[in-house]
Design a protein around this ligand. Structure first.
Ligand SMILES: NC(=O)c1ccc[n+]([C@@H]2O[C@H](COP(=O)([O-])OP(=O)(O)OC[C@H]3O[C@@H](n4cnc5c(N)ncnc54)[C@H](O)[C@@H]3O)[C@@H](O)[C@H]2O)c1
Length: 308
């Protein structure tokens, strides 16, 4: 039987996620959006592209949640994106209502689904989705860390002229400007990153990574990044459907790991059929732990503002 993935929000990130997922041929896809005709139109256009690349995937667009019934994975990307000058946190009040509705409706039709959350502010929206759906914490994961780490990898590759395949970067923490790029354990083909770049170049890459989302927002002016976030969601969905036990950075519900409790936060997670199978605890030094705690304080403050 084919797997099924529903994507709530058929905007830039939602439609691009459908595009990457269709190419992988791992599931039938449903796009849901509030705009009439738009998810149907994008789904049909994508369906009509697939003969060219020989992929047999059914793509459906709908304005109704009924179409999502029986999904293995629900991806929530519905909501407002940043405009220049805005922080992700500025989106919280408006997006909380949208994510609440998406979570309430999708869990009715897909009681067994794993939820991948993309809507910002990411860690807070993942928390809200878990509370609204009342599913076990391992069935909700937020996408941020794959994207932030990929940005850092891209910047290191540009700087060193080395294949991106050789570059391993690890960005943990909340999905905001206080995120924590772990330079000590990032490496280029096993060689610590700190030995590959002078401190000032490394510091510049860390800063550009932290502000990576804002850099794109300022360039686009009318929206935020979508290719990289969408491929990050695709990697997570594939790991779950194929039960790969893949370790990637993702926002998971912490229950004491890294000394933190009761918040979604970016940590290394092992993804498989159950969703978050395991949270991996790196041995961090005091400076790294203190940066994580600072990032966690911001997430906890925003979660406290949620009316659940
Ligand atoms: N976590 C990440 O790494 C990351 C990366 C990029 C974007 N994002 C976030 O993802 C969200 C979507 O970004 P985008 O670029 O796709 O925005 P977009 O504006 O292109 O698309 C959002 C879509 O959501 C739809 N929508 C609004 N309310 C809805 C509802 N109640 N039900 C269903 N659909 C609804 C809109 O009609 C729109 O089509 C934003 O909050 C953005 O900040 C997160």
């Amino acid at each position: 039987m084919k797997n099924k993935i529903s994507i709530i929000g058929a905007g830039q990130t939602g439609a691009t996620t459908a595009h990457w997922l269709a190419e992988r041929e791992i599931a039938d896809l449903v796009l849901v959006d509030v705009v009439e005709g738009m998810p149907q139109g994008k789904a049909l256009d994508l369906q009509e592209a697939l003969p060219v690349i020989g992929k047999d995937v059914q793509v459906t667009g709908s304005n109704s949640y009924e179409a999502t019934a029986g999904s293995d994975i629900v991806v929530i990307t519905a909501g407002f994106a940043r405009k220049p000058g805005m922080s992700r946190d500025d989106l919280q009040a408006a997006n909380a209502e949208i994510v609440r509705k998406a979570a309430e409706e999708t869990i009715k039709y897909s009681p067994e689904a794993i939820f991948i959350i993309l809507t910002n502010p990411l860690d807070v929206m993942a928390h809200l989705a878990m509370k609204v759906t009342k599913v076990e914490p391992h069935r909700v994961v937020g996408q941020a860390g794959i994207l932030d780490s990929a940005r850092m990898r891209a910047f290191v590759a540009m700087e060193l002229g080395v294949s991106v395949e050789n570059i391993n970067c690890f960005v943990l923490g909340g999905h905001g400007d206080e995120m924590v790029p772990l330079t000590r354990i990032s490496n280029v083909a096993g060689v610590p990153l700190e030995d590959c770049l002078p401190p000032e170049r490394l510091a510049a890459i860390v800063e550009r990574t932290r502000k990576g989302g804002g850099e794109i927002v300022n360039l686009l002016k009318t929206g935020s990044a979508f290719y990289a976030p969408a491929i990050a969601v695709t990697q997570m969905a594939e790991a779950i459907l194929k039960d790969k036990h893949l370790i990637v950075p993702g926002a998971a519900y912490l229950q004491g790991q890294y000394g933190l409790k009761g918040i979604f936060f970016g940590v290394p997670v092992q993804l498989g059929q159950k969703g978050v199978e395991k949270i991996i605890e790196y041995k961090l030094n005091e400076a790294e732990m203190s940066a994580l705690r600072k990032s966690a304080e911001g997430v906890a403050e925003n979660i406290a503002k949620l009316k659940i």
